[in-house]
Design a protein around this ligand. Structure first.
Ligand code: HEC
Ligand code: HEC
Ligand code: HEC
Ligand code: HEC
Ligand code: HEC
Ligand code: HEC
Length: 355
């Protein structure tokens, strides 16, 4: 219908044009009938044209400060991305390509056997934008939310025990973007956690959870839970676990450019909603009790003055307390990640050595 009317109009206009050529006194034809209404368009977002919402993140102006922050961060410039990134057993967490490969299943098979990229990892690479980001799962942000194109957000089965799975999705992190962090910030499966009975042989000066037990601390697991006077809080029950998250504390809005976002330094802005008078910088008494435990372990001979562990065979309580002390050392948050669990590990380790 609409097309016909349009054609009629065009023909009329054209014949009108011909008449201009042929006669000195053109006679206008009758007006055509109105066309039918078109279909309604989709509602726009108030005050925005179609790509404004994309440009708010995808402009160079928005990205430049992020690129700058990343370039000086531990992820963009740390020492461990070099030579360690080229080692087969380390590349999954210390090399951008190793990390992409492990998430793509190109690193270990379903049984955990190494199948490593046949090309190996001859070049060390820092953790880059494309290590942590890939594609949006949906571009319908209004209905589906915006996942910031984070590469992997699925809950993570831990290396040390694949039967243990952590999922940090909560109100502070609706998409579970912090699940990305667990892939690397978890203990490595290099040592068994000492049990409550029998002697235990420490075989290395680096005994303990490898450098990064932050996810398991936040969850409240993988310490050596020595029995003692202070009860262990329920798994996953810490206030910081339930109401906050890795990205909320470490990537929240910056105070002065030096923290939050892609610096990954924890930001005070993430604490004020729950600690309106300013957040404490450590678990009450942490420094004192951590030192007390250190003195007890020095006396037991399991650690040296430089914090490394001393190889040898130890009674269960010493091995467990040593694991706990190393865990709290490597966690590096002075009890903040999980105040209640840290308190129980400290008290019960000290109690077990003072008996
Ligand atoms: C809240 C921030 C944000 C918004 C809004 C956003 N994106 Fe993204 N998008 C990202 C991030 C972060 C990445 C991955 C890193 C990067 O490329 O900056 C990404 C990656 C992408 C990629 C894949 C990588 C690439 O650069 O080719 C595409 C395609 C994309 N976005 C399209 C869009 C489109 C289309 C819109 C609007 C409908 C949009 N994005 C809105 C944050 C956003
Ligand atoms: C591919 C593995 C990997 C992923 C994924 C990862 N990290 Fe890291 N992260 C590291 C390594 C390795 C270091 C130490 C780098 C160095 O100093 O050489 C580090 C360092 C850090 C630091 C220390 C900063 C400092 O200045 O000491 C923080 C905080 C941190 N990461 C938080 C996070 C958070 C939060 C996430 C998730 C959004 C995350 N990381 C994801 C591997 C990873
Ligand atoms: C499960 C992931 C993972 C694996 C596998 C892994 N690392 Fe790490 N490593 C990390 C993370 C995350 C950090 C950063 C921790 C932090 O800043 O608290 C780190 C930190 C380090 C550090 C710096 C420690 C410090 O106190 O400054 C060294 C050294 C290191 N790793 C060596 C290695 C070596 C060597 C291997 C292989 C034999 C290896 N890592 C395998 C995740 C891993
Ligand atoms: C360690 C992993 C990691 C690396 C490396 C990383 N990002 Fe991100 N990025 C994230 C996570 C997680 C978020 C979501 C943070 C949030 O929602 O609070 C994010 C958010 C973003 C956003 C959206 C910011 C906003 O305010 O909504 C942009 C844009 C972005 N990243 C770009 C980049 C660029 C560009 C690089 C490289 C220079 C980069 N990212 C490197 C993990 C990473
Ligand atoms: C309640 C807020 C909070 C949460 C949740 C949180 N962190 Fe932290 N984190 C901190 C604070 C505070 C420190 C100590 C910072 C300092 O001493 O400067 C810290 C320390 C660290 C460090 C040592 C390096 C540094 O920046 O000092 C790493 C690595 C780290 N956190 C990673 C993580 C990861 C990964 C997660 C999620 C599993 C996480 N954090 C969850 C607040 C938090
Ligand atoms: C969702 C609310 C919430 C947020 C966000 C939060 N906290 Fe907490 N925090 C608590 C609660 C509740 C407690 C006490 C209960 C507990 O220990 O789990 C606590 C306890 C602590 C403790 C132990 C205090 C003590 O006396 O032993 C420290 C340290 C701490 N928070 C630091 C921080 C820092 C630093 C931040 C921001 C980077 C932060 N918190 C963000 C709720 C929060």
């Amino acid at each position: 219908m609409k097309f016909r009317n349009l054609r009629t109009l065009l023909l009329l206009a054209f014949s009108g044009f011909l008449m201009v050529q042929c006669t000195s006194d053109p006679i206008p034809g009758p007006a055509g009938a109105d066309g039918i209404d078109g279909i309604d368009g989709l509602d726009g977002v108030d005050g925005e044209d179609g790509t404004t919402s994309c440009v708010s993140c995808h402009s160079n102006a928005f990205r430049e400060p992020i690129i700058l922050a990343h370039s000086t961060s531990a992820h963009g410039s740390g020492e461990t991305w070099g030579e360690r990134g080229t080692r087969e057993s380390c590349a999954r967490c210390h090399n951008n390509e190793g990390f992409i490969d492990i998430l793509s299943g190109l690193y270990v098979d379903s049984l955990g056997n190494s199948i490593v990229n046949p090309l190996g990892y001859s070049v060390g690479n820092v953790l880059n934008c494309n290590g942590c980001h890939a594609n949006h799962r949906s571009l319908d942000f209004e209905s589906d939310g915006n996942d910031k194109a984070v590469r992997s957000i699925i809950p993570v089965d831990l290396f040390i025990d694949p039967n243990l799975t952590i999922d940090f999705t909560n109100s502070s992190d609706e998409w579970g973007l912090s699940n990305l962090c667990i892939n690397c910030h978890q203990p490595r499966n290099s040592y068994d956690i000492p049990g409550p009975t029998g002697d235990y042989e420490i075989t290395s000066s680096r005994f303990g959870p490898h450098h990064s037990p932050q996810s398991s601390m936040l969850e409240g697991i993988l310490g050596a839970n020595i029995s003692g006077p202070t009860p262990y809080p329920g798994v996953g029950s810490a206030a910081h676990r339930e109401g906050s998250s890795c990205i909320a504390c470490h990537m929240g809005p910056t105070t002065d450019g030096s923290d939050g976002g892609h610096t990954w330094h924890s930001t005070e802005n993430a604490c004020v909603q729950c600690h309106p008078n300013g957040a404490p910088t450590e678990l009450t008494g942490f420094t004192t009790d951590f030192e007390r435990l250190r003195q007890l372990l020095l006396a037991a001979g399991s650690i040296a003055a430089d914090s490394s562990t001393v190889s040898g065979t130890y009674p269960a309580n010493v091995a467990q307390a040593t694991w706990n002390w190393r865990t709290l050392l490597e966690d590096q948050s002075r009890g903040t990640h999980n105040p209640g669990y840290t308190r129980a590990l400290l008290d019960n380790s000290i109690d077990a050595l003072e008996e």
